[in-house]
Design a protein around this ligand. Sequence first.
Ligand code: FE2
Length: 338
Amino acid sequence: MTSIKTLLGATALLALAAPALAQEVNLYSSRHYDSDDALYTAFTEATGITINRIEAKADELIARMEAEGTNSPADVFMTVDVGRIARAEEKGLLQPFTSEVIETNVPAHLRHPDNLWTGLSQRARIIFYASDRVENPPQTYEALADPKWKGKICIRSSSNVYNQSLLASLIEADGEAAARDWAAGIVANMARAPQGGDTDQLRGIVSGECDIAVANTYYYVRGLAGEVDGLTSGIDGIGFVWPNQSGRGAHVNLAAAGIAANAPNKAEATALLEYLVSEEAQAQFANANNEYPVVAGVPIGEHVAQLGIFIPDTQTPTASFKEHAVTAQTIFNTVGWD
Ligand code: FE2
């Protein structure tokens, strides 16, 4: 067999021996929208860095990174809820990034305090109601627990991380005892045992099973924008409330990403995060799922804009969702929120 030495000149051998510029980044992501493909292609065209995507549910990706240990090829871990990226953080699967671009573009309350992750888009969880059956809808999350809404509210299971983060924010804002009373009040007010996803809570308003529902705004916007079975046909009958507008603001969660603890391509990983929080990428990233950008001044999508301007809760640090996750779970179990 001809040896490689006889085929290559000395210069080529030198090049082979030198560490190759990786020019690739391995993205472990629980987010997938077709329109993200164009964003990733644009990144590769601009930087020459190829993105290798591994897509699965967040908890599966976390288990995979744990199993791979120090040999993990993961560079960037992306998820669609702070509660989930916090699990990766808790297991020591992330390392801090150093980036002036991210620190300049992303407000501090939308980033981890030690830069273990940055938000990429904002998703608000708000109150919806049947406009023909509810005259004075609740104006705060706290008001959802008022006994006058007994048998009226649809909200999904407590096993869902969106509700875990919402309850964590109530623990942070109101204290544990008040949050427990609140959760008990919600259970007492449920129109039915929790079932389905956020779209199903909104469908419950259309079908008449629920007068009030809690859901992330993008599920409603999907109904506005296109044909969502059982929702679009009745979307005109659904009103919405931006909660806590005269207080701390509406609960906001984040799609977020951080750099894996053992990232083999840390520089490329940083470049990808910086690209995703660039003005250029932000509108597209947020619009892919009818969410809100994390960078100020970036225009929001046409359908999202129909929800108007709102005050987000910037007082409750998103990082506190992790701090209260265990307490939130205990409360859900105590009050019997399935
Ligand atoms: Fe969702």
